[in-house]
Design a protein around this ligand. Structure first.
Ligand code: ADP
Length: 278
């Protein structure tokens, strides 16, 4: 099967106009919905192995413009996993305390420990996105951050963190439709914010900032996946595919570790019984 997302090769220069937010290699909606249900179950099984083996952690980073579906994707793709072994952390406007530290301080603290899945709804990438678009720090400061981010992610990866980064790519037209829909639907109106319309006026600046992120920060140990996201069912299926495919690659080594741990636990129990009986 053709890949559903575009994995950004390190060293490639990204022009977002070359990526269609409605790209689809021929997947029908029904097939995507059935597939997503199966993949969500598989991700649950793999999460249990990840948790038990406690050798790796998984860090999932979700980025995208307002309404691109960061929350919705997380809800669908991770719908089956245990809250015991996973968490979602949202990154908002930094607090005064956070601002008085380096920009990665608040991020490193919530990076997932071994055995855990940590999902970031927005992330340290905001420090080269919103911060750049609104000149919150001078260009010399944000300009240095790409290399700092790559080094930070390298550190996490070297400590057995599996890193997956998703950019949910929607069109400006689709965003307008989604924002207007929020106004119409009572149960979605709470999400309305004039800030979303204001940020929209900086669309081109955001696209340029995202192009730099994708160009400079896709590495072999922490690749970016560009997800065509104008269709929600396609987006969910595509992200679930990448997550399941990635974790599946570790299945055998986690199973092996669990087998060894199981054998040790049994031997320990047998020794205890013998001692008690003797
Ligand atoms: P979301 O829009 O992700 O559902 P919020 O409504 O809480 O959640 O929005 C979070 C806001 O925080 C966004 O507007 C985002 O740009 C902003 N933000 C996140 N990180 C930073 C940062 N480092 N500096 C400034 N603003 C940030």
């Amino acid at each position: 099967m053709d890949p559903l997302t575009f994995k950004i090769e390190p060293g490639s220069t990204i022009d977002l106009r070359e990526y269609d937010p409605r790209y689809n290699p021929g997947i029908e909606r029904e097939q995507a919905e059935t597939g997503l249900a199966q993949l969500a179950l598989e991700i649950d099984e793999l999460q249990e192995l990840l948790f038990g083996a406690a050798r790796h952690s998984l860090l999932v980073i979700m980025q995208g413009m307002d309404t691109s579906g960061k929350d919705g994707t997380v809800r669908k793709v991770f719908s089956q996993i245990s809250p015991l072994g996973s968490y979602v952390h949202g990154f908002g406007v930094p607090t005064p305390e956070e601002l008085s530290h380096d920009f990665l301080w608040r991020v490193h603290k919530v990076a997932p420990a071994k055995g855990k899945i940590g999902i970031f709804n927005r992330s340290h990438y905001e420090d080269v996105l919103v911060v750049r678009v609104h000149n919150l720090v001078p260009p010399e400061v944000w300009g240095e951050r790409y290399a700092m981010i790559n080094n930070f992610e390298h550190l996490l990866a070297a400590n057995n963190t599996i890193i997956l980064k998703f950019f949910l790519h929607i069109s400006k037209e689709e965003q307008e439709e989604r924002l207007l829909k929020r106004e119409e639907e009572t149960e979605k109106a709470w999400k309305l914010s004039s800030g979303d319309w204001r940020e929209r006026t900086y669309w081109d600046e955001y696209m340029a900032a995202y192009e730099d992120v994708l160009t400079k920060c896709s590495t072999s140990h922490a690749p970016w996946h560009l997800v065509p996201a104008d269709r929600k069912w396609y987006r969910n299926y595509a992200v679930a595919h990448v997550v399941a495919d990635t974790l599946r690659g570790y299945r055998d080594q986690w199973m092996e570790k669990l087998r060894v741990m199981g054998a040790e636990a049994k031997a320990d129990l047998a020794a205890f019984r013998q001692e008690k009986g003797g």
